[in-house]
Ligand binder design. Structure first.
Ligand code: G6P
Length: 613
């Protein structure tokens, strides 16, 4: 949450910062601001609202300067308003900074500063931090770098910071702990951002800072990296592999729709270089390199949040089916505070689109202490989870900008299928015929997804009928149960209609009480093992006059005769069914949200990357 960006070089900083903030707006969008180094001090412009509001606010003002920082906020401490927006200045106006994260001991620090005569104008933890650095600098009579180091040794919490000082306007100090930070090294310029998207059009050379590392970026000098304990560190420069077009809407009305339409390609990309259907081969480097750990594993624990958790549930069924290993799927936020039992022969798989989710990172840390083998399934290359796991597998879905996850989910499920097949082969638990059938089906998936995308107009019409619904129920069994959860999540995230996903048989233990003629019930009723059982569940809904929207396999007759609305998807094997079934549900949620006039790409109160717990 919160996006930070900074620039130091020969260009005008303001346009670079604004462009960067637009790219990072998915991380938070309740207020935005910039600070530019100008003659004698900083020019801070900030406002409640989006980057567009910031631009309106800046119109006619002096936005010159070749050094600056920018921020787009997802409020934690203090409501979204002009004063709480970042950047925050010290009272002396000597230091200004932007922050992504949470300073947990801010109230203790604030108390100390109040006693020293400091006053505060905002309700944020960030203003406390900038004043604290100012206080340390003055009371210890040290450089800004030393002040930041001393201050951060006393700070509890998570942060990615970019700091400017009036004393040295040609320098940016950048530091992180628990929140992401990437530094771009261009020709006589530095960029810095929460992810690589604001950097890619300026330079391909990036450095991913590690926790507690501080970078000093000075005009005309190479970057220096040390730690908050003042230990010099070397750093590795990485080449970005990201195309600019991936960051544009390319004619679509919303990123979410573009990303839904990208799924045939992203599923292919998830398999690329790993599956060879003609040769009946599958190779996952992250498994081959650690085959002993996978052979010896007694249990798999999958940790994730949000949509990634739903992918994890599908992974559970896959691993149990193909690799016959017991699997537990955990919400990272629950796992981390539960004193969980973890053993060295456990494999812990963290699933995360961003690779930065604070709860998942913290849960991994706990598993690491217990010597479990850590495996990451992430989308963002170079993010924290891949850097903090023993092995892993990127999903290669490309940048996902719409806050509601779509292509990242289907890519995660694709990778989980590959992984469970690879582990099943390794452990000798997977019959050859099943293996061949599934990889053949994987190869066919992109064209099957394409045929579902052709139903866009039909789904748009259906969406109009349900625009005024107040509640939705989603039901599924087996592999389709997580699809019900994910379908419901999509709808509530972007349309603000209350929606619940349930295992279909559990309906009679509660949700059935809600069903009446007003209640649309989405049932995922494809031709897989529990087909007859789900038909009984549909009958139970019909008997209470609920309106059924059924996702069925092409050619289905039985459910068609019962349901009010039918969405057909092509046939595939059960384990890959979720990849097809979720797509019309993504599209339905999208169109309902559009008709309701919601901001699809930036739904209220949400953020794409949740870097606070
Ligand atoms: C947020 C996003 C979701 C995402 C979840 C987990 O809530 O809005 O789309 O599923 O975080 O994020 P991760 O990056 O770990 O997959």
């Amino acid at each position: 949450m919160c996006g930070i960006v900074a620039y130091l070089g020969n260009k005008e900083a303001y346009p670079v910062l604004i462009q960067g903030l637009r790219r990072l707006e998915y991380r938070g969008y309740d207020s935005a601001g910039v600070a530019l180094c100008q003659q004698g001090g900083f020019h801070v412009i900030k406002t409640k609202g989006k980057v567009d509001d910031l631009e309106a606010q800046a119109k006619g003002k002096d936005v010159s300067g070749t050094v600056g920082i920018g921020h787009t906020r997802w409020a934690t401490h203090g409501e979204p308003n002009d004063v709480n927006a970042h950047p925050h200045c010290s009272q002396s106006e000597d230091i200004v900074l932007i922050h992504n994260g949470i300073i947990e001991n801010y109230s203790v620090l604030k108390e100390q500063l109040l006693q020293e005569g400091y006053t505060f104008c905002s309700a944020t933890d960030t203003e406390v931090l900038v004043q604290f650095i100012d206080f340390i600098k003055k009371s210890h009579q040290v450089s800004l770098l030393s002040a930041v180091q001393i201050a951060l040794q006393q700070v509890v919490g998570a942060y990615a910071l970019a700091i400017l000082s009036r004393e040295d306007p040609d320098m940016i100090i950048a530091v992180r702990k628990g929140s992401p930070l990437v530094i771009g090294i261009g020709e006589e310029e530095f960029l810095l951002a929460s992810d690589a998207t604001p950097i890619v059009e300026h330079t391909q050379k990036v450095v991913y800072l590690n926790d507690e590392e501080i970078a000093v970026l000075k005009r005309g000098q190479p970057m220096q990296v040390t730690t908050i304990h003042n230990v010099p560190h070397t750093f590795k420069v990485t080449e970005l592999e990201m195309s600019l077009s991936a960051l544009e809407k390319e004619g679509f009305d919303h990123f979410m729709l573009k990303e839904i339409y990208e799924q045939p390609r992203t599923i292919r990309d998830s398999c690329r270089g790993r599956v060879n259907v003609a040769m009946n081969q599958l190779s996952i480097a992250g498994v081959i390199d650690h085959r002993e750990r996978f052979m010896a594993a007694k249990r798999i624990i999958i940790m994730a949040c949000g949509t990634s958790y739903h992918a994890g549930l599908i992974g559970e069924y896959m691993f149990e089916e193909f690799a016959r290993i017991p699997v537990e799927v955990e919400y990272s936020s629950e796992f981390r505070y539960r004193n969980p039992l973890i053993y060295p022969d456990d494999i812990v798989i963290a699933i995360s689109q961003s690779g930065e989710t604070a709860d998942t990172l913290a849960a991994l840390e706990i598993a690491k202490e217990k010597d479990a083998f850590l495996f990451g399934i992430c989308n963002v290359v170079g993010s924290s989870i891949p850097r903090n796991t023993h092995s892993g597998c990127y999903t290669h879905a490309g940048p996902e900008i719409g806050v509601a996850s779509t292509k990242a989910f289907t890519a995660q499920v694709t990778v989980l299928a590959l992984l469970s097949l690879a582990v099943g082969r390794l452990r000798g638990t997977l019959p050859d015929a099943t293996f061949h059938e599934v990889i053949h089906e994987l190869d066919q998936l992109p064209s099957k997804v394409e045929s579902i995308l052709e139903m866009n107009e039909e789904l748009k019409d259906m969406a109009r009928i349900f625009t005024y619904a107040r509640n939705f129920l989603y039901l599924g069994r087996g592999y389709n149960f997580p699809v019900a959860l994910e379908g419901a999540l999509k709808l509530k995230e972007i349309s603000y209609i209350h929606a619940e996903g349930y295992p279909a048989a559990e309906m009679k233990h509660g949700p059935i009480a809600l069903i009446d003629a007003e209640m649309p019930v989405v049932v995922i009723a494809t031709h897989h093992n529990n087909y007859e059982k789900i038909i009984s569940n549909i009958q139970e809904v019909k008997a209470r006059k609920g309106r059924i929207i059924a996702v069925v396999t092409e050619g289905d007759v039985t459910v068609r005769n019962l349901a009010d609305f039918v969405i057909e998807v092509p046939h595939t094997v059960a384990c890959l069914g979720p990849i097809l079934s979720i797509i019309p549900l993504q599209m339905l949620a999208y169109h309902i949200a559009v008709v309701r006039g919601c901001n699809v790409d930036q739904p209220r109160n949400l953020a794409k990357s949740v870097t606070v717990e």
